[in-house]
Ligand binder design. Sequence first.
Ligand code: PGA
Length: 259
Amino acid sequence: MEIVIVENKAEAATIAADIVEAYAREGKTLGLATGSTPVGTYQELIRRHREAGLSFADCQAFLLDEYVGLPREHEQTYYQTIRREFTAHIDIEDAKVHSPDGTAEHPGEAARAYDASIKRAGGVDVQILGIGSDGHIGFNEPTSSLVSRTRIKTLHPDTVRDNARFFDGDESKVPHHVMTQGIGTIREARHLLLLAFGENKAEAVAAMVEGPVSAMCPASVLQMHEHVTVIVDQAAAAGLEHTQYYAYALENKPGWQRF
Ligand code: PGA
């Protein structure tokens, strides 16, 4: 894992956008995440599109997850969120922005079909990830199978509480079920780019990077992946022990390409 500890979110957004830009230039498949964490990266990519002509026209994109039971027009569906925060502002064709169908009559089948559609598209080249304060990636809560596929999950009450801020602070409005790429699905992306900010992520980041690989911290599965970049601010890095080594390893990285 490459562990990059940055001064602030702006620096994280620049580095993450550099990484995503390299894939976009080659028309690769992007794995997108919602949540507050990647917003700065998306804004930087939109800026590069507008001001520097960065094109996403040859890309397609797959979202990690979706609430089950919210109508597609609802402003808090991830279908709407990713459009509002990113893809409506760049030149990717809307039909190439794929997400799990949380309105499907047969959600189990829809989940399997979504998983298969990622494979059919040749897989995800770079997957942007946030991390939950409980160590979840996508909506794979603690105790999720580390080889799980796209499926329906029940949200942990802590996650419902975390997400209530998007639903007028009212937990009763937050759907309790979601359709999420499984950990096994996420692991198949060729490059995982995880960002985390703030002190409430510090424990999860430490468990992910320096703890044992465990279903109790789903993000710890990143230790089993060949190409991972973790970008964290000082607050989210506060629980890490080997920070000096991570900085040293980055500075002394061989070759011209940093990531
Ligand atoms: P956040 O959510 O980016 O809003 O902190 C991350 C997550 O729950 O995966």
